[in-house]
Design a protein around this ligand. Structure first.
Ligand SMILES: Cc1ncc(COP(=O)(O)O)c(C=O)c1O
Length: 404
């Protein structure tokens, strides 16, 4: 009934979990959602005002497929300020979310069966996107059990079909920020092997403890029109504007032209009202990012402290994002089963590590409230740790642990 390609594509596990949690909530179940992928703060006021002004005109029309000129201008300013890099409008493609930026880029650069390498753990969509574009996803799992492979491990994976490497730093789901040496090394590897390097920088303003996220442009030798370095960014995470669906790519002129052509047949370009909101966010008062960053840093500290009270759970402190990727293998190596168990027994939503290419782990988000983080971890601890008290109250329902 459906195509071979469609059969190979899994639903986004995070969106599926949202649905499952919403259904349970509708039934009145006290669900705590620690699986989410979006900050709970409001969009910046400048975004809303700019968008409302546009809406009030009642004239919402088609716009250029690769973005409104004003939006490109805002992106150019952003790139100059935060990447110290001057680009022109011909180097910018605005899309319906960074997700579409990456998807369109893959359509642009991949031939059938080309391989795309990315380190594990990886964002759940990379393998599916690569497959959709006709390519073959290749994950590199760090042998030393950390979240950053060595350059040797990356280089050993490069073969005759390798076309691109995707780096996502800070990384969803681990929160790790790849080191300067690693990013510089991958830039050098890509230039030497003539590969595309896609920097998915969506979370690079949401970092903690004064961490500096290496800027790949600094290490590139070729920054001209033959450069194969592509930076992907968007407003979803840093401005808490996930629903507006605006992201962008910075790439060489030829790639941007091809991406614009593809988008012109896909969506005819990103929603103009959303672009006005993004322009407002990028050009307006910037304090919402710092306030979100501070909230997340505090949430992270609470989450990590609490998780470390669960016997046997191994936690690497995230340096950025709003995700933590603790190792629960002392309890179960099967992350799917573990996540289902936690949802069924204590109504806590987490995302199985398997979805990110690493078993024995769960992705736990800290973009929600402190109360949800504390109560959620207390429930997880109660469900798993034999040293935890035997009883737990979910609302006015008393649970008694009757399993080992
Ligand atoms: C690593 C990463 N890249 C890209 C995206 C896509 O973001 P959006 O399409 O909302 O801009 C996400 C969203 O979860 C992400 O985690």
């Amino acid at each position: 009934m459906i195509s071979q390609l469609a059969r190979t594509i899994k639903a986004s596990p995070t969106l599926k979990l949202n649905e499952a949690a919403a259904k349970l909530r509708e039934k009145g179940e006290p669900v705590i959602h620690l699986g989410g992928g979006e900050p709970k703060s409001k969009a910046p006021l400048d975004a809303i005002l700019n968008c409302a002004t546009q809406l009030n005109t009642g004239e919402i029309r088609y716009a250029p497929a690769d973005g409104l000129p004003a939006m490109k201008k805002a992106v150019i300013r952003y790139t100059e300020e935060y990447y110290d890099r001057k680009v022109g409008p011909e180097h910018v493609v605005v899309s319906s979310g960074a997700k579409q930026s990456i998807m369109t880029l893959l359509y642009t650069i991949l031939e059938p069966k080309d391989e795309v390498i990315f380190p594990a753990p990886y964002w759940v969509s990379y393998p599916e996107m690569v497959k959709l574009a006709g390519g073959v996803p290749v994950a590199v799992v760090p042998e030393d059990g950390t979240f950053q492979p060595t350059l040797r491990e990356i280089e050993e994976t490069i073969g005759q079909y390798t076309k691109a490497i995707i780096l996502n730093s800070p990384n969803n789901p681990s929160g790790v920020v790849y080191s300067r040496e690693f990013v510089a090394g991958v830039v050098e590897l890509c230039e030497r092997h003539n590969l595309w390097l896609v920097m998915d920088d969506l979370y690079n303003r949401l970092v903690f403890d004064g961490t500096v996220v290496p800027n790949a442009y600094q290490f590139a030798r070729d920054l001209g029109e033959s450069s194969k370095l592509v930076v992907v960014q968007g407003v979803s995470k840093m401005y808490a504007m996930t629903g507006f669906r605006i992201g962008w790519a910075i790439a060489n002129k030829q790639v941007c032209e091809a991406m614009a052509n593809i988008q012109s047949h896909q969506t005819s370009g990103p929603v103009t009202v959303s672009q006005w909101a993004a322009i407002g966010a990028l050009s307006g008062v910037q304090n919402s990012i710092e306030s979100l960053r501070l909230t997340l840093e505090n949430n992270r500290n609470v989450l990590v402290d609490r998780l470390r009270t669960i016997a046997g759970v191994n936690v690497t402190k995230p340096s950025g994002t709003f995700y933590c990727f603790p190792d629960f293998s002392a309890y179960s190596f099967d992350s799917q089963k573990l996540a289902e168990f936690l949802l069924e027994r204590v109504r806590v939503v987490t995302v199985p590590g398997k979805e990110f290419g690493m078993e024995g782990r769960l992705r736990i988000s800290f973009c929600g409230t402190i109360k949800d983080i504390m109560d959620g971890v207390e429930r997880i601890k109660w469900a798993l740790d034999p040293a935890a008290p035997n009883e737990l109250f979910l609302g006015d329902r008393k649970l008694v642990r009757d399993w080992q």
